[in-house]
Write a protein that binds this ligand. Structure first.
Ligand SMILES: Cc1cc2nc3c(=O)[nH]c(=O)nc-3n(C[C@H](O)[C@H](O)[C@H](O)COP(=O)(O)OP(=O)(O)OC[C@H]3O[C@@H](n4cnc5c(N)ncnc54)[C@H](O)[C@@H]3O)c2cc1C
Length: 418
């Protein structure tokens, strides 16, 4: 598929508006939110809620009006390109504060990927109305199941008498888990097995809404980076949810089909490019900062000069710029396919691996180039170095996403290459 590298005018305009938010509302809070991990950027949340809410409302209104809402939109659009550039800019502002945005987030992406039109309209409505912000989240990870999702041991049993699913288990490291279930009328998409022996074929996703009895927030993590972001464990003890809060089919097919599992994993085709976009924003923040500081000392990149005439620092800067650009282009490709309604599983993982690796290296190099002040808490460079690392961990580690890339290129199944 041909990709246009031109960003349309209306997308550019929106990104410029987001630049204002990032510069004026996020950057000034960066250090404070990093130092006070479990505080909330309340003013930012309050100001962003009407914007996020109206965006969700427009999407739901459109879905309501469309006759074939369950089908993925086939015509070319710029929805994901807009998200990508918006997330890049917000993460340039602050990656942790960006994660505090009140919206359906990963939970919404899961519902979008596998929910029916009825489920989307019913479950996502809370993100489209009201004065109070709401958050969505997705809980897959457990103490005994991280990369190996087949090891998930949270169970879901159907109670025919009450027409409910009964969930038991513990989820950990859930981004926005507390915000979704304890601090708003949000929801969490929880992965559980309806038949442990069936492995991935028995794995289903369930929507647990705030206020569900038998659900409580356990540990709230103290983290290395993105400290403004809420990361919590969720304990499910006979948590009862309505029968129609299961996403996709409830059946475990006789042939052990993993179709439903694969469908749910499609969530990541939309979200991994967004993690890449966030990484790009942190990388750009670090690179711009170090270039500014070095320029003040008279060190700039003489673009076009022969390579052998560059100093070691100029070469470092050029390399960082080139790597970030390469990651940007890969992300653009993953997003262009998404917007065209095309399959992008390979490109989504490629973009995430590349952007995660690049931002980690770029942010670390910035600290190095800034000398002792790079390590000081007076500047944000050391914080960007800490914030960068998460891009290589969540939504599939770099090793797991590299495996996906290898499988797709070589034509192996997940059983053959693990
Ligand atoms: C801040 C934060 C927020 C998070 N938010 C969420 C969330 O919202 N929802 C959620 O469900 N989870 C979330 N997670 C969890 C995250 O997705 C997991 O940490 C991740 O999937 C890795 O799982 P693990 O930590 O158990 O590592 P493990 O799976 O135990 O892996 C440990 C190491 O071994 C490597 N490894 C594992 N298997 C292989 C293999 N087959 N080949 C090569 N290397 C391999 C991994 O890459 C990693 O380097 C979050 C984590 C963090 C830190």
């Amino acid at each position: 598929m041909a990709i246009s590298f031109e960003v349309p005018e209306h997308v550019q305009q929106q990104t410029e508006m987001v630049r204002f938010v990032a510069e004026a509302m996020m950057r000034p809070l960066s250090r404070e939110m990093d130092e006070n991990e479990h505080a909330r950027p309340t003013a930012f949340i309050e100001q962003m809620w009407p914007i996020m809410r109206d965006q969700q409302k427009r999407a739901l209104d459109k879905l309501e009006q469309s006759t074939d809402g369950d089908k993925r939109e086939k015509r070319a659009s710029t929805t994901y390109l807009r998200y990508m550039l918006m997330i890049e800019m917000l993460s340039w502002g602050d990656a942790g504060i960006y994660l505090c945005l009140p919206y359906a987030a990963l939970g919404g992406a899961a519902i979008e990927a596998v929910g029916t039109t009825e489920q989307k309209l019913r479950l996502l409505r809370r993100f489209a109305e009201g004065d109070q912000p709401a958050w969505g989240a997705m809980a897959m990870t457990e103490p005994g199941a991280g990369s190996d999702t087949a090891a998930i041991s949270t169970t879901a049993v159907f109670d025919e008498e009450t027409n409910e699913w009964v969930l038991n288990g513990e989820k950990i490291f859930c981004t926005n888990g507390k915000l979704a279930l304890e601090e708003s009328n949000g929801l969490v998409v929880v992965w559980a097995t309806v038949n442990k022996e069936a492995g991935r074929a028995g794995m289903k996703s369930f929507v647990v809404e705030a206020g569900t009895s038998g659900v409580r927030i356990g540990k709230v993590e103290i983290k290395h980076g993105i400290r403004a972001s809420d990361t919590a464990s969720i304990v499910l003890s006979d948590a009862r949810i309505p029968a129609d809060n299961i996403l996709g089919s409830a059946e475990v097919q006789a042939g052990r089909s993993t179709q439903s599992f694969k469908g749910a994993m499609a969530t990541f085709d939309a979200t991994r490019p967004m993690v890449a976009a966030s990484a790009l924003g942190v990388g750009r923040a670090a690179l711009e900062f170090v270039k500014e500081k070095l320029a003040a000392e008279g060190v700039e990149i003489p673009y076009g000069a022969p390579y052998h005439k560059l100093t070691a620092i100029q070469r470092d800067l050029l390399e960082m710029e080139a790597q970030l650009r390469a990651a940007y282009l890969l992300t653009l490709r993953a997003v262009a396919l998404l917007d065209a309604g095309e399959e992008n599983n390979l490109e989504a993982s490629m973009a995430k691996v590349k952007a995660g690796k690049v931002v980690t290296q770029v942010a670390q190099k910035c600290v190095e180039l800034l000398g002792m002040m790079g390590y000081s808490r007076e500047w944000l460079a050391e914080k960007w170095m800490r914030d960068a690392k998460i891009s290589e961990i969540y939504e599939g580690t770099n090793q797991i996403n590299t495996l996906i890339v290898a499988r797709r290129i070589l034509g192996y199944s997940s059983k053959e290459l693990r």
